[in-house]
Ligand binder design. Structure first.
Ligand code: GRF
Length: 216
């Protein structure tokens, strides 16, 4: 089976990016990280990419706030196309994608989120989970649609919320699961085993032959 090429968009420390780089290097996923793009020139994610020998680019977002300008989106699309990516993985990318990017990579953009969606979309979700008093939280990998953390769910993992948890402790517990399930989701995609029906993602028991991910 051919290996897929993944492009990663990240804004911050890049621990999920690192988990995917490591999984790729160790042969745990049939995927190569082809390019990393950040909207922050100083993102640790870019350093991690360069250290791993992965093509790393800063794209100026040209504005504050959650959305990119059309020009920035065009630049991101150009870079991803040049790298011939099959899949785009958001890993702590702090921007909402616009319709052009979403259409260009329709059903080929995934995101990792540190809660059990649809509970607690958006930001500061570990704090919100603690304040709400849930007994379980977790992590979700989902396809990206035009909403914020609303797309079809691919994989989830639950973690318990324990007495005495702080935001830091709970975040750390969730992060361990994030790293595991992000690699799992990328591998399912690479194996062509994800089939979207409505908002439900079915996980097929059998690996689909070459380029099965085109049949999503
Ligand atoms: C993770 O918690 C991820 O779920 C969320 O942003 C955080 C990014 O962390 N979307 P890192 O940059 O991958 O370490």
């Amino acid at each position: 089976m051919r290996r897929i090429k993944v492009g990663i968009l990240a804004s911050g420390r890049g621990s999920n990016l690192q988990a995917l780089i490591t999984a790729s290097r160790d042969g745990k996923i049939d995927a190569d990280i082809a390019i990393v793009i950040s909207d922050r020139a100083d993102a640790v994610a870019l350093e991690r990419a360069r250290e791993a020998g992965v093509d790393a680019h800063y794209v100026d977002p040209h504005r504050k706030g959650p959305r990119l300008t059309e020009g920035s989106e065009s630049e991101i699309i150009r870079l991803l196309d040049e790298a011939e990516v099959d899949l785009v993985a958001l890993a702590g990318f702090m921007r909402i994608l616009g319709p052009r990017l979403l259409r260009h990579f329709s059903r080929r953009i995934i995101n990792i989120h540190p809660s059990l969606l649809p509970s607690f979309p958006g930001l500061h979700v570990q704090k919100k989970a603690l304040e709400y008093g849930v007994k379980y939280s977790g992590a979700t990998v989902h396809f990206v649609d035009e909403g914020v953390d609303t797309g079809p769910i691919i994989v989830q993992a639950a973690v318990p919320v324990l007495e005495g948890d702080t935001v830091e402790i709970l975040s750390e517990r969730i992060l361990g699961e994030e790293h595991r399930i992000y690699a799992e989701a990328v591998q399912l995609f690479a194996e062509g085993r994800l089939k979207i029906e409505g908002r439900v993602v079915h996980i097929l028991p059998e690996r689909r032959s070459d380029a099965g991910f085109d049949q999503l």
